[in-house]
Design a protein around this ligand. Structure first.
Ligand SMILES: *Cc1c(COP(=O)(O)O)cnc(C)c1O
Length: 466
């Protein structure tokens, strides 16, 4: 079999190998890279993953996608290094909270959210590839909170990379902000934009569409649209499902969703043969995806600030990948739908909608429901959960699966990352893990900019070493 190539969801960019897709991020036609086919795992290969170390599962799941850009031995070394800084030996333990419901704790990495799983790995892959080629890159990303800190933590001190993370000023939690602004290494920069997350995301897209700036700065993206991130997150679907009896038992997943990256990773796992009974999109009050699945109309509303800020978005970038498959991999259709996002949205054909509903269930969770779920989960199971996690649990409870099918709700961040919401819900102030206790004492370094492309580009030029 030839190596997998990555093609664009808009069908007008040339295909790439794994490393090129990772370094490029967004395809030049504005589309997202997806593999040209799905590697298939036999039942026996899946059952053989059960009970193995996380690192071993990661190697087996990801290898078919990476081609020969890394030797097996080298790739294994990167995986080992990526997860060695996690505070839990099994990396993402399952915790039972109800007769058929489990939490998958994805917050044991250095910045306390699931973003560390992908970022710790791709930082190492980036550094290795750039060094090998004698090249440098400027990573520009937008964050609604957790991506930024995960990226800065993963890339800090790396020789070949400068990192600029745009975040919506005043709309991330204090811990999230401090995790970005207190990193000492000079190659990483926190940029506070006077706007919301969608503004930040639009600025990043505009910088990538500015060919001169893009080439001059050697821009690279590590947002959740980056294929390498999607791939790294696919691993924990395999580890959780096999721990609960897959492939001999189907498993349902409920994922608190914003940019659709984490849940799309589950879709990839399913395409590879993992028997996932349902993938549940759980949104907060910014519910564009729930509305889209419910009535087939993708319509942008104002973003409303919520208790779960990492999901406070309307334009959900990775959804384009699901759309691409749902419309039979027709890049022109995807392109014309996406062209209408800027003018408010688009309607989805009934056959495409039927396929999306075949792949995804959806539900949304209001602010009061989020608080109530944090409280009731604490009472019924003793577990203190973050507001994003509560959204996933609430929607999972509402859309109860068939009997005998376990549901895995993703615990996407540590509760101490969102102490205000947790305290409001149950009067308990969650403690930060000991290793982070000094974050309130460290000096902050922050670059404030208006919501304006030129101003942001100027700020980056001034601070870049490229
Ligand atoms: C990023 C994030 C999400 C949303 O994940 P997407 O991949 O953007 O859908 C949910 N919860 C937390 C804590 C996050 O950091």
């Amino acid at each position: 079999m030839p190596d997998i190539k990555y093609i664009s969801t808009r069908g007008k960019a040339r295909s790439r190998g794994f490393v090129e897709a990772m370094l490029t991020g967004l395809a030049e036609d504005g589309g997202l890279f997806v593999p040209d086919r799905w590697p298939q795992f036999e039942k026996s290969e899946i059952s053989d993953l059960a009970g193995r170390r996380y690192e071993e599962i990661a190697e087996r799941v990801m290898l078919p996608f990476i081609g020969d850009d890394f030797s097996v031995c080298e790739f294994r070394g990167h995986i080992e290094a990526a997860y060695s800084g996690f505070a839990h030996d099994v990396r993402c333990p399952l915790v039972q909270i109800d007769s058929d419901m489990f939490l998958l704790e994805l917050f044991h990495g250095p910045t306390l959210a699931f973003k560390d799983f992908a970022m710790q790995l791709i930082a190492r892959l980036f550094q290795t590839v750039l060094e090998r080629r004698g090249r440098r890159a400027t990573i520009v990303g937008a964050t609604s909170g957790d991506t930024g800190s995960a990226a800065m933590e993963a890339f800090r001190g790396m020789q070949s990379v400068d990192v600029f993370i745009l975040f919506p000023d005043g709309r991330v939690s204090e811990i999230q902000r401090r995790q970005m602004t207190t990193v000492a290494e000079g190659n990483v920069h926190a940029v506070a934009v006077a706007g919301d997350f969608d503004d930040c995301q639009a600025l990043v897209k505009a910088m990538f569409n500015d060919a001169e700036f893009r080439n001059r700065m050697k821009l690279a993206a590590i947002n959740s649209i980056n294929w390498a991130r999607v791939l790294a997150q696919t691993v924990y679907y395999f580890s959780a499902a096999t721990a609960l009896g897959a492939p001999w038992r189907n498993v349902r997943f409920s994922i608190p969703t914003g940019n659709f990256g984490d849940i799309y990773s589950g879709y990839v796992a399913r395409k590879m043969g993992l028997p996932i009974e349902a993938l549940v999109i759980a949104t907060n009050q910014n519910d564009i995806l729930h509305r889209t699945i419910s009535n087939g109309s993708y319509r942008i509303h104002e973003v409303r600030k919520s208790l779960s800020p990492s999901m406070d978005i309307q334009v959900s970038s990775n959804f384009e990948r699901a759309l691409f498959d749902a419309c039979g991999r027709d890049g022109d259709s995807v392109g014309s739908m996406m062209a209408r996002v800027g003018t408010g949205g688009f309607d989805i054909d009934s056959s495409v909608l039927a396929e999306l509903r075949n792949q995804f269930l959806s539900g949304s969770c209001s602010e009061p429901e989020t608080l109530a779920e944090i409280g009731s989960t604490k009472v019924s199971s003793g577990q203190l959960v973050c507001p994003h996690t509560a959204v996933g649990i609430k929607v999972a409870r509402e859309l109860k699966g068939p009997p005998g099918i376990p549901t895995v709700a993703f615990s996407t961040a540590h509760p101490a990352k969102f102490p205000d919401a947790v305290e409001q819900a149950c009067d308990i102030s969650p403690d930060l893990p000991q290793r982070m206790a000094d974050i309130h004492q460290l000096p902050e370094r922050i670059c404030r900019v208006p919501n304006n492309l030129e101003a942001v580009q100027r700020a980056i030029l001034e601070r870049s070493s490229n």
